[in-house]
Design a protein around this ligand. Structure first.
Ligand SMILES: Cc1cc2nc3c(=O)[nH]c(=O)nc-3n(C[C@H](O)[C@H](O)[C@H](O)COP(=O)(O)OP(=O)(O)OC[C@H]3O[C@@H](n4cnc5c(N)ncnc54)[C@H](O)[C@@H]3O)c2cc1C
Length: 393
């Protein structure tokens, strides 16, 4: 049995549903296929269950890609302001957290509900638990599934990245790209906790649960945010952010006191409270558990400030401002919020998202080599790319 649609979209996630609704608004017959039994499973868990759906400030600077300019056009044509408008039209209340991050006031399920309502309104059909076995291109595209053969004028791949297999991730998008001879930039986990050597990790284990503001730096890239020690290594927003820029053999530099000049601070304290110990001073600035573990074997820790020469204070400051670590890897796709790399943007039109080599074949969302930083940028990319492709499929 064969079914015919003008546009078939594989993936009922953020980008796929947005694209489907836009195409259906134009009067196209649209089918969305997903191998899972629910739509938008990543939206459901996003933002700790409250969906950080966009950011007040969105621009190419917040994305990683081999071709940083590729995302500009789509982010302008469907911007974060357009997304706020969409939320308003669907009566979804949101609020701003730090750094422009916008979250739903209620559960993320509201966003999924609104998307599914729009699908119904515009007659988008959705086939769940449908597995694509193979794809052929003759006059039109033919997708062989476990249920039927689906024929499509336009085929949209919106299957996302490789992270969180338990939420439906698969490599279908990359396989389709290879089948049609499109280059794929090697995927790797992004926004992911980092692992350390056994020796370096022994400190993290002792400090599991401790969290504080740090500056992190890898090569030219730096972030200032919370660090969280875990039994498995380093996590927290600062580490997730820098992980997308970290590559094997890169050293990680941590400034444990990014907001002060520790040398100057200690010198001032020495004048005002000379009988204070270094330990007391540091424990007023940092979690005590961290100070005690990090400076465990340092002779100066119990020294009185008055007994510390300038050179020693400078040495202590360097120790806390420049903590050098040697990550050995990441916790991989099971813990990564996103997948870096993906379909090479040189293969796609930045206007339509259509493949240059295979007309009628489109790629949108996280499956493309465009990855956002933490803070709502990845969902905004899904909305923007889905919206733009939806005007053409
Ligand atoms: C835990 C977690 C929290 C996150 N929080 C945020 C956040 O707060 N803000 C933010 O901006 N981003 C967040 N992200 C990232 C964001 O969710 C994704 O970047 C975004 O959902 C990508 O949208 P997409 O449509 O490209 O892919 P997805 O949303 O991953 O959708 C892909 C769809 O394709 C389906 N699929 C996959 N393979 C097949 C196949 N072979 N056959 C049929 N269907 C298939 C999947 O079942 C899925 O429904 C988070 C990610 C995770 C894992």
């Amino acid at each position: 049995m064969k079914s015919y649609y003008q546009a078939v979209i594989i993936g009922a996630g953020a980008s796929g549903l947005f694209c489907a609704i836009e195409a259906a608004k134009r009067g196209r017959t649209v089918l969305v296929i997903d191998h899972e039994s629910l739509a938008g499973r990543k939206i459901f868990v996003s933002g700790g269950g409250h969906c950080n759906f966009t950011n007040r400030t969105v621009g190419a600077d917040y994305y990683l890609s081999q071709n940083p300019a590729f995302c500009i056009s789509a982010l302008k044509r469907f911007s974060s302001v357009d997304m706020l408008d969409w939320m308003g039209k669907h009566n979804i209340i949101y609020h701003e957290k730090e750094q422009g991050q916008l979250f739903c006031q209620g559960p993320a399920q509201q966003v999924i509900r609104a998307l599914l309502d729009d699908c119904e309104r515009y007659h988008v059909q959705i086939a769940f638990k449908t597995k694509v076995q193979n794809i052929k291109k003759a006059e039109q595209f033919e997708a062989m599934t476990n249920r039927e053969v689906i024929v499509a004028e336009s085929l949209v791949i919106a299957t996302g990245g490789l992270s969180y297999h338990a939420l439906g991730a698969s490599n279908l998008g990359y396989r389709v790209a290879k089948q049609f001879k499109l280059n794929v930039v090697s995927p790797r986990p992004g926004l992911v906790p980092l692992q350390l050597s056994v020796q370096e990790n022994s400190l993290c284990e002792k400090l599991a649960g401790v969290s504080f503001l740090v500056g992190v730096c890898v090569r030219e890239q730096s972030f200032s945010d919370q660090l969280l020690f875990t039994h498995q290594g380093l996590s927290g927003p600062a580490i997730l952010q820098i992980s997308s820029y970290w590559q094997m053999n890169d050293v990680l530099e941590i400034d444990t006191l990014p907001e002060i000049n520790l040398t100057e601070y200690l010198k001032k304290e020495r004048l005002q409270r000379p009988k204070k110990t270094i330990k007391t001073c540091l424990c007023e600035l940092l979690p005590k558990r961290f100070v005690m573990a990090y400076a465990q074997n340092k002779k100066w820790i119990d020294q009185l400030l008055t007994d510390c020469a300038d050179a020693l204070l400078e040495c202590i400051a360097t120790y806390f401002h420049h903590w050098i670590l040697h990550p050995t890897g990441t916790l991989g796709y099971t813990k990564a919020e996103v997948t870096l790399g993906g379909i090479d943007t040189q293969e796609l039109s930045s206007k339509t998202f259509e493949s240059k080599k295979a007309p009628g074949l489109y790629f949108i969302g996280e499956v493309i080599d465009v990855t956002g930083q933490l803070g709502g940028y990845n969902l905004q990319w899904a909305w923007s790319s889905g919206y733009c492709a939806g005007q053409f499929v």
